[in-house]
Ligand binder design. Structure first.
Ligand code: NDP
Length: 512
């Protein structure tokens, strides 16, 4: 790593003379100024006030989803020529390396929650490219629970705590997911309750773009793209009981595993692939490419290798580099764009908004977020709290046409031949796919699970032990939802769930 690389947090003071926040030396860090030996404290004791006041401000708001996570630095290396699909500079030649930072996370739990909780895992990567920062803000599952962003806060709330009891609540969880218009989630629920819902480590899981993106080449041709980041360590999962046991014994199990392996020089790596689809092909699919609950079948859209990602450097400081790292799908480079997937479109707004709330308007100036391999020059993005990069000095605060302040406009290609959207502005209810469409891929996954002995049974068991905590009315909805995927699956869940817990009354007062 270059010495002047601002993502390096190891640049600590070398002289180690203890000072206050203003650099004034402190003779006695463990003594307070008092009147006489036992008299009251003095307001003039800046050393004490400085440290107490800063202590009160040590915490920043935790992320709402994805609060608990671990990260590391590394590089992406191009292994194959994809100039026919994407003109981004980071892919310009085979062997080219781009520094990157990855943060893995769980989704629903708070910052101190357990690594091994049944939950999707976030898999976010920031690439420090010469065209500016590119973020791939992915998960370890190829699909998601919703395809309309208006449902996101509702859905996430059902994974959090009951407003009255402050407890995780199986009724809230399954009530939302089994409501007919939310059963679009079934595919992701199947992934979540397979053993992939409890990965054995961050090193042993894949990352998926989930969303469709649009990539284009320098000739102006464009493609729908899905990205797959496949672990070279092999997929390894915990079973439900192993995961529960580890949650108690070592809640930071996956973070520890990642740090330890990198520390010992056992650098985890992933091979990166893409699937591509033309606009014409997209029109012929039985599903929409903008539907985040659907995958593109491998047979029709084979994976094409593009590169490899290696994590070979632990953070020097967790808060500076992992807690403050700020990803967004809207941080992107020429030739890589968001598609019209509505959930992705909403994330383009929501992520930077979350960072402005957590870190401030100048979150891009924090070293780990700084596009240091490129250069920020925009006189309109100025001032604001915690502006620490010189604020463009005496530059005018607008783009000036004066000769002495001439500026250059990038020759970034404008893709003129992409989709054309027309129509009235209407509330669109993308509730259910025609026929049984939302169950087709869930059934496909059930068959995939059948290829590995014990995996279909593990799915039934993992649902049963969870839904055993729900009330009878909601349990019945769960049994019939899974029976729509496969009758035996529904029956197996029902048998085990009912054997585990006496059916509770539907009276909400009896819930506790
Ligand atoms: P394929 O038979 O070509 O692919 C099946 C894929 O399923 C595998 O390549 C693997 O993806 C994934 N898989 C294997 N075991 C599990 C598991 N226990 N839990 C979750 N995923 C698993 O069939 P299709 O491409 O037609 O997909 C069939 C089903 O497989 C889909 O409905 C989807 O649920 C699931 N799947 C498909 C993916 C895709 O992008 N096509 C990606 C992941 C899952 P991987 O190699 O990525 O681990």
């Amino acid at each position: 790593m270059a010495k002047n690389d601002p993502t390096n947090a190891s640049n600590v003071r070398k002289d180690r003379i203890v000072t206050n926040s203003q650099g004034n030396p402190i003779n006695e860090p463990f003594a307070t100024q008092r009147v006489g030996q036992h008299g009251p404290l003095l307001l003039q004791d800046f050393t004490l006030l400085d440290s107490l006041a800063h202590f009160n401000r040590e915490r920043i708001p935790e992320r709402n989803p994805h609060a608990h996570g671990s990260g590391a630095f590394g590089y992406f290396e191009v292994t194959d020529d994809i100039s026919d699909v994407c003109g981004s500079a980071m892919f310009s030649e085979i062997g080219k390396r781009t520094r990157c930072m990855v943060r893995f996370s769980t989704v629903g739990g708070e910052k101190g929650s357990a690594d091994t909780a049944r939950d999707p895992r976030g898999f976010s990567t920031k690439f420090y490219t010469e065209e500016g920062n590119l973020d791939w803000v992915y998960n370890n599952t190829p699909v998601f629970f919703i395809r309309d962003p208006s449902k996101f806060p509702h859905f996430i709330h059902t994974q959090k705590r009951n407003p009255q009891t402050n407890l995780k609540d199986a009724d809230m969880f399954w009530d939302f997911l089994t409501t007919p218009e939310n059963q679009v989630a079934i595919h992701q629920v199947m992934v979540l309750f397979s053993d992939r819902g409890t990965p054995a480590s961050y090193r042993n899981m894949n990352g998926y773009s989930g969303h469709t993106y649009k990539w284009s080449n320098k000739k102006g041709e464009w493609f729908y793209v899905q990205v797959h980041i496949k672990t070279d360590q092999g997929i390894k999962n915990l079973n439900n009981e192993e995961a529960v046991k580890l949650s108690g014994e070592n809640p930071d199990y996956c973070g520890q595993d990642l740090f330890k392996n990198i520390q010992e020089g056992k650098f985890p790596s992933w091979t990166v692939y893409i699937q591509t689809m033309t606009e014409e092909q997209a029109k012929q699919q039985s599903f929409s490419v903008f539907d985040l609950t659907k995958i593109w079948p491998h047979k029709e859209f084979p994976l094409r290798r593009i590169g490899k990602m290696v994590l070979n450097e632990n953070p020097q400081n967790y808060f500076a580099q992992v807690e403050q790292v700020a990803f967004s799908p809207s941080h992107t480079v020429p030739y890589q764009e968001a598609s019209a997937d509505p959930v992705l479109q909403s994330r383009l707004f929501a992520y930077p908004d979350a960072h402005r709330h957590r870190l401030g308007a100048n979150y891009h100036q924090i070293p780990v977020n700084c596009p240091y391999a490129s250069k920020v020059f925009n006189p309109a993005i100025r001032d604001g709290p915690m502006n620490v990069d010189g604020n463009l000095g005496s530059e005018p605060n607008y783009l000036s046409s004066a000769k002495s302040y001439s500026y250059i406009q990038a020759s970034k290609p404008i893709q003129q031949h992409q989709e054309v959207w027309t129509g009235p502005a209407v509330p669109f209810h993308w509730a259910t796919s025609p026929g049984d469409g939302d169950y087709v891929q869930a059934r496909g996954l059930y068959k995939v699970l059948g290829r590995t002995p014990g995996q279909q049974q593990a799915l039934a068991h993992n649902v049963a032990v969870h839904v055993a905590h729900a009330c009878p009315e909601i349990q019945n909805r769960v049994f019939s939802m899974f029976s729509r995927v496969d009758k035996t699956l529904g029956d197996n869940i029902k048998r085990e769930a009912l054997s585990l817990a006496p059916r509770r009354s539907t009276n909400p007062q009896a819930k506790l």
